[in-house]
Design a protein around this ligand. Structure first.
Ligand code: SF4
Length: 457
């Protein structure tokens, strides 16, 4: 789908580790694919929490000098894509509250669907908000609850509904919290005398750490006094990992719920190729997220895999360019077809999904202009028919081509010679029948949607 859909955020934390802010910087840099709009790190020196954050990539926000000033052995960080809560500076994370008893910093990946109800409650209780993000709501709730920090975190988590992988840090403690449905990934692993926690395991591997433990749905992990304590705050928790994490967002070298993302994608390609009798000369993938599925399709179909499209990695993202003509130019600048590979060939083009359909049409045109005789599009996910309310910018229902058109109509619209999608049963098979959220494909949301339900009416 090439830039039509966006993950909201990535989080990373380092507990009881020398140079925690530098370690967090490396972690965030590895998670940069999850958000490129803003980046921030909060570090604790056991007296105070110090924060640096700003708009831009992690490498732009932090210099060596800035990191050297951020001393302490505990840190949390965040990379952000800014749809949730808007682009205000006040929404850039970590967000810090400085109370008379303690300071607390928070980073959050996901979206709380009962945020409006919680915000009204907090405002009626006298809380004043600086920004519009749901992360600030969580921070206020933690402050307002009774008891120890652990008890406050526990009772706050019980009141939240939606998608959240959250890290909370006080001057001396850290908490990793995952929502009751396990919608967003969150794992941790041992490093030196401490631990690192992150949205994806690729952020551990860059530090030379090759094993990890998942924070389970409905679980809180407390890091305190050098000890890790696991706590369940919801006994009814169940597994609904966002299918899009596997299909598109996560890096292929990450492992989610014990499944390597590259292997998942390869399997979707294999499943797509089964029972597909299309006659073609080559299989190509739309770089980068569709290459694994294209390899799987090629292996299963025994049609040769080729590199027919090349991505220019150093061009700005198309979505920040507002007009349609700018978007058109954007795709051309970002993606090129290789005439020497596709000319005169019948091509199977694998893409991970179709959102608005405009990008797919441009890519099909690129291939035909480069001389492809036929372009058969195969999509390594089901048709997207419903918006996401769990922290992913999938456009509104009106913009989703799958909500408006049949498969045949989409095929004509994108000017392909044929078009096929996966079905949800195949998707589940690729995930070893582990629970998945598939709401954007089938409209079955795994939580109450509160005020967001109105969008679907
Ligand atoms: S609705 Fe789609 S994008 Fe949103 S969490 Fe579910 S599977 Fe992921």
């Amino acid at each position: 789908m090439f830039d039509e859909i966006h993950e909201e955020c990535g989080v990373f934390g380092a507990y009881n580790i020398k140079d925690a802010s530098s370690i967090t910087y490396y972690g965030l840099h590895t998670l940069q694919h999850r958000g490129q709009e803003a980046s921030g790190i909060a570090v604790s020196d056991h007296g105070h929490i110090h924060v640096k954050k700003g708009k831009g990539l992690t490498i732009d926000v932090f210099t060596k000098e800035k990191l050297e000033q951020m001393k302490g052995n505990m840190a949390i960080g965040h990379v952000r894509y800014s749809t949730a809560g808007g682009q205000e500076n006040a929404n850039i994370q970590p967000i810090v509250a400085r109370g008379s008893k303690r300071e607390i910093a928070i980073v959050h990946n996901g979206q709380i669907v009962n945020e409006k109800e919680l915000r009204v409650e907090l405002e009626e209780a006298g809380c004043i908000f600086q920004g519009t993000s749901d992360s600030e709501i969580v921070l206020h709730m933690i402050q307002k609850e009774e008891g120890s920090l652990c008890e406050k975190v526990m009772s706050t988590a019980k009141k939240l509904v939606g998608a959240f992988s959250i890290l909370v840090m006080s001057e001396n403690e850290m908490y990793a919290i995952r929502d009751q449905k396990g919608l967003r990934p969150l794992s941790y692993t041992k490093m030196q005398d401490g631990y690192v926690i992150g949205s994806e395991t690729c952020a551990f591997e860059v530090l030379g750490l090759y094993s990890h433990t998942d924070v389970l749905p409905g679980q809180i992990i407390q890091f305190k006094d050098g000890i890790v304590r696991k706590m369940i705050y919801d006994e009814q928790a169940s597994n609904h990992m966002c299918a899009m994490e596997y299909i598109y967002f996560a890096r292929p070298d990450s492992v989610i719920e014990n499944i390597n993302v590259h292997n998942f994608r390869k399997e979707t390609g294999r499943l797509l190729a089964q029972n597909d009798d299309v006659k073609a000369d080559i299989v190509i993938g739309v770089p980068d997220s569709s290459l694994s599925a294209a390899i799987g399709y090629a292996e299963q179909s025994e049609i040769p895999f080729e590199t027919g499209l090349v991505k220019n990695r150093f061009v700005g993202r198309t979505f920040i360019q507002p007009t349609q003509s700018q978007r058109d130019r954007g795709v051309r600048m970002k993606l090129s077809a290789i005439p020497h590979v596709v000319s005169g060939k019948s091509v199977v083009m694998i893409d991970d999904s179709i959102v608005r359909g405009t990008t797919s049409r441009r890519i099909v045109r690129l291939l035909k202009e480069a001389g492809a005789s036929e372009v058969h599009v195969r999509i390594a996910s089901p048709i997207i028919t419903s918006p996401c309310f769990y922290g992913v910018d999938t456009s509104t229902k009106e913009e989703l081509i799958g909500a408006r058109m049949s498969k045949e109509e989409i095929c004509r619209y994108i000017e392909a010679d044929s078009l096929e999608f996966m079905n949800i049963a195949q998707l589940s098979k690729a995930a070893n029948e582990q629970g998945l959220c598939t709401a954007c494909f089938d409209g079955n949301y795994c939580t109450d949607l509160f005020s967001y339900a109105k969008v679907l009416e």
